[in-house]
Write a protein that binds this ligand. Structure first.
Ligand code: FES
Length: 191
């Protein structure tokens, strides 16, 4: 801004004086640095919001006590906000699963591959139909278990056998077996 008195102001010195260019550079650099710092200050909360919260971490695994599940019974639990079926197979259901020719299956897997060694009677699967995600029937007492005695999805008629393998209907794959391990003889940790 010009001074009507004709005296040079600090700004006009900055623009026109020998030191002016350096001063202006300093102002620009200071402005860029402030913007950079502001950018970091804004980014940090965004990044920290993207990190999983304590509740999400807590939900990333689920412990299930399987001791009370009798042969022929199943329970429904929740794993990562989705239904989880834990089923204790009877001797007959195990025999039926093992009698199937695996190569004839749409998604070929043996019962042994879908269970843990020494615990072939405990079938742990997601309760989510692999067609379009409905919750199949068959885990609760008295529900329709479908033509193969496992689970039945009424949405479009998918039938799963006693190893929860797809046998009939549109579902492309077996019910998913999630990652899990036995933490004792009676407790499993899923996830
Ligand atoms: S969602 Fe299960 S058969 Fe379609």
């Amino acid at each position: 801004m010009a001074d009507t008195t004709g005296a040079a102001t600090p700004d006009t010195v900055a623009v026109h004086g020998d030191d002016g260019v350096r001063r202006r550079d300093f102002i620009n650099i200071a402005a860029v640095s402030a913007a950079g710092f502001g950018g970091v200050a804004v980014l940090y909360p965004l990044i920290s919001q993207m990190a999983p919260s304590a509740d999400v971490l807590a939900e990333s695994s689920t412990e299930v006590d399987v001791s009370a599940i009798e042969p022929g019974q199943a329970i429904k639990a929740v794993f990562r906000k989705q239904p989880l079926f834990v089923r204790r197979l009877t001797e007959k259901e195990i025999a039926e699963a093992n009698a199937v020719s695996v190569s004839s299956l749409r998604d070929p897997q043996t019962l042994a591959e879908r269970t843990k060694e020494g615990h072939q009677d405990l079938l742990v699967t997601m309760g989510v139909c692999t067609h379009l995600g409905c919750v199949p029937l068959g885990a609760a007492e008295g529900e329709n278990k479908g033509e193969f005695g496992g689970y039945f999805c009424p949405c479009h008629g998918s039938h799963y056998d006693t190893a929860a393998r797809i046998r009939k209907g549109p579902a492309p794959t077996n019910l998913e077996v999630p990652e899990y391990e036995f933490t004792s003889d009676t407790v499993i940790r899923v996830g």
